[in-house]
Design a protein around this ligand. Structure first.
Ligand SMILES: Cc1cc2nc3c(=O)[nH]c(=O)nc-3n(C[C@H](O)[C@H](O)[C@H](O)COP(=O)(O)O)c2cc1C
Length: 164
């Protein structure tokens, strides 16, 4: 799949088959995450990956809109170090999207789960054993897609504005 096709066809996947993500594919999508652009190239991200069923269950219980995490093969918790930059939200978001696009290109599915400024940030950090000063920016549940759901998108003329 070429990059444009990948960007156009990616959709959030919240239901997964009981099948693994191959180890080398997981490596590839983490590689794509860490190669994301970042302000001043600070690369403030730290990625924490779990396939542990107990941790996935606990994460699914604390993340308000992440109940599907207990069905995912794994979860990548994306954190940023705010002592290195004041741009961790943008930087870690770019990394998250890179990862989700790479997952889609490799035939997997995933969904972003909000992390920044959430009431469950501390719970997620505790479950994962992540320490200060790292801040939670996002989580991504990943796996082999079971469901292909297409939400509606705003049409181009509604959101693209050419300014002469
Ligand atoms: C910043 C951000 C936070 C999100 N948080 C959640 C979430 O907590 N739970 C969830 O199920 N989806 C979450 N999503 C996924 C969106 O619901 C999804 O991207 C949107 O509905 C558009 O659908 P699509 O990804 O299939 O294009 C989030 C997406 C973004 C970018």
């Amino acid at each position: 799949m070429d990059a444009i096709e990948c960007l156009k066809s990616r959709r959030s996947i919240r239901q997964f088959k009981n099948e693994p993500v191959r180890e080398e594919d997981l490596e590839t999508l983490l590689e794509c995450a860490r190669l994301a652009p970042s302000g001043h190239n600070r690369q403030p991200w730290e990625f924490f990956v779990t396939r542990n069923r107990d941790k996935l269950q606990r994460l699914s219980e604390v993340c308000t809109y992440g109940k599907f995490l207990n069905r995912a093969y794994c979860c990548v918790v994306v954190t940023g170090n705010p002592t290195t930059t004041d741009r961790i939200v943008e930087d870690c978001s770019a990394a998250t999207e890179n990862m989700l696009l790479a997952a889609h290109a490799l035939g997997y599915g995933g969904c972003w789960i909000a992390g920044w400024n959430t009431s469950y940030e501390k719970d997620v950090l505790d479950i994962m054993g992540i320490e200060h000063p790292l801040r939670l920016v996002s989580l991504a549940g990943l796996g082999v897609p079971e469901q292909q759901k297409h939400g509606t998108k705003r049409v181009r003329d509604d959101c693209v504005h050419f300014v002469g």
